[in-house]
Design a protein around this ligand. Structure first.
Ligand code: ADP
Ligand code: MG
Length: 364
């Protein structure tokens, strides 16, 4: 349905898109993931003709959309976009937000546009909000109106640019539920997202973008469980783990506990394991606390293996601390004992002058 060939985009001397080649087939849901600043938004904006690509070709059903004289409004209607920041018209009611473009651009009657708009509002769960104004709605509701407005133009493909990243966590799922429903009804979609669980189960294919390229593409099982290339692996590893670092004895333990909570909730890690993990972090940091002055610091990385259920904590310690689990100080004996009791094992090594302590949490 859509073919992208050798697409590039250069701003001044910054090459944002290098050589993008891709195909999106009818009925397919493609998720686009990757670090920020790698050109994901730019790619969608090029597809939607909000940016003029520097070189390359984009065709939709064989029509060259970059050709001089191409009908830009018609192309935008076929490839309609939903933005992170909703972009609703604040001075129009919800219903008018939906009917404006169909009446103006497609020339359909007001009555017909309103009937259709009401159907779409009901589809996204907002039938009763038709006569309210955008600023009377929550973020999640605004984004659902934006999706309904997009659908009102009968697009053949919807481009979503991080549709949930401006939302409070409590409102993310209501928006994802609407997108899931569209997917199940066969809508063709390209979705830039940071919601990895969602990307995994809604997509047919995942594009991992890095350095202005589609660095790796494949089915979700490949990209998330068995990435083939180094940068994809590093990215997936990074988003799966929780990290914190401390460099003063006055570190913020509440923030660390909170971070572990969020991480465990995301991965549905059992409550007891979460508790043990927090205790581990607390006792470990207690052990090294007195050494945390100007030139010593430590970073903890918590990893969870979905396959085995194992939780590991890697401590990366800068400064001449030695292995905190084998210190000699009497006063720390209790902490060391508590900590060792939480572990099935640990390994300590020194690499490039940094101590590396890998701790395996006992499963509960
Ligand atoms: P992503 O969506 O993956 O985070 P973007 O496509 O937004 O990445 O941006 C990629 C790079 O292009 C960034 O370095 C950004 O600063 C740059 N960029 C985006 N838009 C413009 C612009 N209009 N002018 C100059 N640089 C831009
Ligand atoms: Mg972006």
């Amino acid at each position: 349905m859509i073919t992208i060939e050798h697409l590039s985009k250069v701003y001044g001397n910054l090459t944002v898109l290098k050589d993008i080649n891709a195909e999106i087939r009818k009925g397919e849901v493609v998720s686009i993931i990757g670090p920020s600043g790698t050109g994901k938004s730019t790619l969608l904006r090029c597809l939607n003709l909000l940016e003029q690509p520097t070189s390359g070709a984009i065709t939709i059903d064989g029509i060259d959309v970059l050709a001089p004289g191409a009908d830009v409004p018609a192309i935008r209607q076929r490839m309609n976009m939903v933005f992170q920041s909703f972009n609703l018209f604040a001075h129009l009611s919800v219903l008018e937000n939906l009917t404006l473009a169909p009446i103006k651009l497609k020339g359909i009657s007001q009555a017909e546009a309103e009937t259709k708009a009401m159907d779409l509002l009901r589809l996204v769960g907002l039938g009763e909000k038709a006569h309210q104004f955008p600023d009377e709605l929550s973020g999640g509701q605004k984004q659902r109106v934006a999706i309904a407005r997009c659908l009102a133009m009968d697009p053949e493909i919807i481009l979503f640019d991080e549709p949930t990243s401006a939302l409070d966590p409590t409102m993310i799922s209501e928006v994802l539920a609407v997108i899931r429903r569209l997917a199940s009804e066969g809508m063709t979609m390209a979705i830039v997202t940071h919601e990895m669980d969602f990307a995994r189960d809604v997509s047919n294919r995942v594009f991992y973008m890095d350095e202005g390229l589609i660095y790796e593409e494949g089915p979700p099982a490949q990209i998330f469980d068995n990435p083939q290339r180094e940068k994809t692996r590093a990215f997936i590893q990074r988003i799966r783990s929780y990290r914190c670092s401390v460099n003063s004895p006055d570190f913020d333990l509440y923030a660390i506990h909170g971070g572990i909570d969020t991480f465990c909730e995301k991965h549905v890690i059992p409550r007891q394991t979460r508790h043990d993990l927090q205790l581990l972090a607390e006792e470990f940091l207690q052990l090294i606390r007195s050494s945390l002055h100007a030139d010593a610091s430590a970073a903890l990385t918590v990893d969870y293996s979905e396959a085995s259920g194992a939780v590991t904590v890697q401590a990366d310690i800068e400064g001449s601390l030695g292995n905190p689990l084998e210190g000699a100080g009497e006063e720390d004996e209790l902490s060391r004992m508590l900590l060792k009791n939480l572990l099935t094992g640990f390994e300590y090594s020194v690499r490039d002058g940094r101590g590396q302590l890998l701790m395996k949490l006992r499963s509960s």
